[in-house]
Design a protein around this ligand. Structure first.
Ligand code: SAM
Length: 290
């Protein structure tokens, strides 16, 4: 038993959180709840059992609870803050700057053409923005591919279901290890060093920060209602967590939000799931609405 795994209980003895059992029945309750809330599909496998256990044990510690059943009861009684915390614990937020970089080469290539066809205002939606590296990459790509006056007329919307990562994204401040994938030239041009409690961080400069609006959005919403259509939608590396039926609904909704001729970009490993009569595949995980 590691020291970190122990906690003194009220009687003063050491309590080992690592030894608390997560039964299959309680696992199913958590998995079903996550599916209903976020569409994230977690069938009962040893890997998913370990995932839920390792993530929820942190919440047991935080709330000073001794069993998963106690946590479940609290969640069932709980308010939106507890639900948000649960969603946040069970989402996977891995991301990086310029991840699957051919998508940004593609974007740089089509931005002038989109501006000519649909301008002067363009709208781009990053639909699973996580901690923000993806929408800031989109903003940098816009700045690199359009003259300044046009770039300033591109509206970027960055959304995620997880409010914790969304908050971090909206602040736009990163540790060195989170800057992975960002080339040195872009790092200097679009980020500035800042200190928080004596530690060094990199903060997105105003030029890209002010281009993005951050908002919560659940891809499980039955209908996506936006005032205007989008010219590009990036919805990458999130469909992998959904089952086939959910993926189909999400794709239908995303397509309904695209302007004719606009582009949908998914994660590299997600393109196998997509067959839609209005989508023409162009290159790896890139589609155009016809
Ligand atoms: C692995 S990250 C991908 C981040 C980024 N798109 C990328 O490709 O680097 C998946 C993100 O999807 C979000 N997510 C999961 N379920 C969601 C849902 N139902 N609605 C919106 N976002 C969701 C998670 O919170 C997480 O931040």
């Amino acid at each position: 038993m590691t020291i970190a795994a122990k906690k003194k209980d009220l009687a003063g003895s050491l309590y080992d959180f690592e030894e608390i059992k997560l039964s299959e029945k309680t696992f199913e309750k958590f998995a079903t709840k996550m599916y209903d809330l976020a569409g994230v599909d977690l069938p009962f496998t040893p890997k998913n059992h370990a995932l839920i256990r390792n993530r929820i044990v942190k919440l047991l510690r935080r709330h000073d609870l001794r069993t998963y059943e106690e946590y479940w009861a609290m969640l069932e009684r709980g308010d939106n803050t507890l639900i948000q915390e649960f969603i946040s614990a069970l989402t996977t937020n891995m991301t990086s700057f310029y991840r699957e970089s051919n998508h940004f080469d593609f974007m740089a290539k089509v931005m002038p053409e989109l501006m000519a066809k649909h301008g002067p205002e363009l709208r781009v939606w990053c639909a699973a923005a996580s901690t923000g590296q993806e929408p800031y990459t989109l903003a940098m790509t816009v700045c690199e591919s359009l003259p300044e006056a046009q770039a300033s007329r591109v509206r970027l919307l960055a959304t995620d279901i997880d409010l914790q990562v969304l908050k971090k994204a909206s602040v736009g401040t990163y540790e060195e290890r989170e800057m992975q994938g960002l080339p040195p030239v872009q790092r200097t041009k679009y980020f500035e060093k800042t200190k928080v409690n004596g530690d060094e961080y990199f903060r997105a400069k105003d030029q890209i920060h002010k281009m993005i609006r951050f908002a919560p959005f659940n891809l499980m919403n039955p209908k996506y209602e936006f005032q205007h259509k989008f010219h590009m939608i990036f919805c990458r590396n999130v469909l992998i967590y959904f089952d086939e039926a959910t993926t189909k609904k999400v794709i239908d909704n995303l397509v309904s939000c695209l302007a004719p001729g606009a582009y949908l970009v998914l994660g590299h490993s997600e393109s196998g799931n997509v067959k839609h009569p209005s989508l023409k595949p162009l290159s790896r995980a890139v589609y155009q609405k016809i």
